[in-house]
Design a protein around this ligand. Structure first.
Ligand code: PEP
Length: 263
């Protein structure tokens, strides 16, 4: 079995929370909390996904204070520029030093009718502008009951990876819809089963090197109390965290999960 050299990624999706002033206070407090706790910043990558209106402010703060968190956006336009009112292009995001962009979150699929084809177009737009897409997939409870635990996520990822080159820098997040913001967390075994299937899709589509290198995250009601159990699974390389990423002490404890289990 190939040795796992993937750096764990803990990603905080703020959704539509924290304005740009609250964002500054939050990032500073998170940084101080991790510094006080002697988080070395090297063993786990931390990425923050604020609303669009916060990105410039957070980027400036990370830069000025040399805070080692990566920055990401919560969405991207599939277009580069032009008459698309309300949209934000990958070119703009790249100029603000964003490294990541979340694509295909279930809230966008549900509330903004984003299809698998739209997700695939946004993945292409991200890669075109040097952004690493965090491709979200996951099933509803009904879909799990109807077609089993892996079928929906596998099918969604297959479409999203159409035309993606084998050397692309991507992240995949398995987010069962029934576990997002519900407190009804998947078991580590359930997360592992789907994350392993998704790594299989990456192998099929992009090859073994890409599968060995690509981080596959679990997301859905992750908290400080359960993060370590997910991180013990061989195909879970980190977490996409919603609600708990808005509470400094809780998010810092998730980032420091290794300290709790002494690994
Ligand atoms: C999310 O929205 O990506 C998410 C995982 O939310 P929560 O952690 O609140 O379930």
């Amino acid at each position: 079995m190939a040795v796992n050299t993937r750096t764990p990624l803990i990603a905080g999706n703020w959704k539509m929370n924290l304005d740009h002033l609250q964002a500054v206070a939050f990032v500073q407090k998170l940084h101080w909390t991790l510094k006080d706790a002697k988080h070395d910043g090297g063993s786990v990558e931390v990425a923050l996904f604020p609303p669009f209106t916060d990105l410039r402010t957070v980027q400036t703060l990370l830069d000025a204070d040399k805070i080692p968190f990566a920055l990401g956006a919560q969405d991207i336009s599939s277009h580069d520029s032009g008459a698309y009112t309300g949209e934000v292009s990958g070119a703009f995001l790249a100029k603000l030093d964003n490294r990541y962009v979340i694509i295909g979150h279930s809230e966008r699929r549900e509330y903004h009718a984003e299809t698998d084809e739209v997700v695939a177009a946004k993945v292409q737009a991200a890669l075109k502008h040097g952004l690493a897409p965090v491709i979200c997939v996951g099933e509803t409870l009904e879909q799990r009951e109807e077609s089993g635990p892996t079928a929906v996520s596998v099918a969604q990822l297959e479409v999203a990876l159409e035309g993606v080159p084998s050397n692309a820098d991507i992240v995949v997040a398995y987010e069962p819809v029934w576990a997002i913001g519900t407190g009804q967390v998947a078991s580590p075994e359930q997360a592992q089963e789907v994350c392993a299937a998704l790594r299989g899709v990456i192998t099929d589509k992009l090859g073994e090197d890409a599968a060995a290198r690509t981080r596959v995250l679990y997301g859905g009601s992750v908290k400080a109390a359960n993060i370590a159990s997910f991180m013990r699974e061989p195909d879970v390389d980190g977490a996409l965290v919603g609600g708990a990423s808005l509470v400094v002490d809780e998010f810092a404890a998730i980032i420091r999960y290794q300290k709790h289990v002494g690994v």
